[in-house]
Design a protein around this ligand. Structure first.
Ligand code: SAM
Length: 285
């Protein structure tokens, strides 16, 4: 057990669906603190009631977080222990709390995270996609153009891409994935730890089909995971092989137009691009 001085802010992870997932340490601390700062006090009051607790609560959400810093700091300075919780899962992870923690750290307040449920980690641990490296993108932008741009930026990353998605955008997001990352392995983790927990696995196109065939699969909360792009080594290897092939084709007297067509057939990409590359190679010899 670490020693915690009075006047500590505990950042407490709470369940993402199944109340049994609240750790005994989290439950004990929620019982011990003098106040609870919560994203939505009415929502979190239900959790406290479930634990048989009735605590002074104050709201801390994206619109008042900066203003709450001084108030919470004064409670901590008076020696009160406070718990910060969000509606579900780990605070600060696509949830409020970052500004508070940053400001309190700057003031040398004591801050202790109490680990527990987190949708992205839960999803990754059950998906079967590589987890040695992953990128968490939070929520993608809501507007189609911005969402497309965001996916474009992630397209070439080799890490597993993880993001949160709401039920009313899941189909649009799969459509965007189908446009920009067609053929990739995608896992949709839905309603984690709840009665209708489901893991759906497929390409963006096959998942779209599944969701259209069974609209119930588009309901609830989602974590979307997309397998990373093939490793760079492979494309480097392909580049070397492509050069070798192009050189051979030219050496064999195959015309640039036909060689471009062969290269595009084997490696993909636009014939014009291969044509330009072949022209350059030819002019260099
Ligand atoms: N702080 C939370 C955490 O630690 O995971 C995340 C909060 S974020 C505002 C809410 C999003 O997390 C949802 O829109 C959904 O994408 C994801 N999420 C939360 N609970 C989930 C669950 N039980 N199953 C699947 N996704 C969930």
């Amino acid at each position: 057990m670490t020693h915690t001085p009075p006047g500590t802010l505990y950042v407490v992870a709470t369940p993402i669906g199944n109340l049994d997932d609240l750790s005994s340490r989290a439950a004990r601390l929620l019982g011990e603190v003098t106040r609870v700062a919560a994203e939505d006090t009415r929502h979190s009051a239900r959790l406290l009631t479930h634990l048989g607790l009735n605590k002074p609560m104050l709201s801390l959400h994206e619109h008042n977080e900066a203003r709450r810093v001084d108030t919470l700091d004064s409670y901590l300075a008076a020696g009160e222990d406070i718990a910060l919780i969000s509606d579900a899962g780990t605070p600060l992870i696509s949830d409020p709390g970052f500004v508070l923690v940053r400001e309190l750290r700057a003031r040398n307040r004591h801050i202790v995270p109490i680990p527990g449920p987190c949708a992205l980690i839960t999803a990754l641990s059950g998906a079967g996609l590589p987890t040695d490296r992953f990128v968490f993108a939070g929520f993608l932008p809501a507007k189609p153009g911005a969402r497309r741009q965001a996916l474009d930026a992630w397209k070439t990353r080799e890490e597993t891409l993880v993001f949160y998605e709401s039920p009313h955008r899941i189909v649009h997001t799969l459509e965007a994935l189908n446009e920009q990352m067609a053929g990739r392995d995608v896992v949709l983790a839905r309603e984690l730890t709840k009665t209708f927990e489901t893991f759906l696995h497929g390409t963006p196109a096959s998942l779209l089909e599944q969701l259209v065939a069974d609209p119930n699969q588009a309901r609830g909360e989602f974590v979307v995971m997309v397998a990373g792009a093939p490793p760079v080594e492979q494309s480097e290897h392909q580049t070397i092989s492509a050069d070798a092939l192009l050189t051979t084709l030219l050496a064999e007297g195959i015309g640039v137009k036909q060689a471009a067509s062969i290269a595009a057939g084997i490696f993909g990409g636009r014939k014009q691009t291969w044509y330009a590359r072949l022209q350059t190679m030819k002019s260099e010899h």
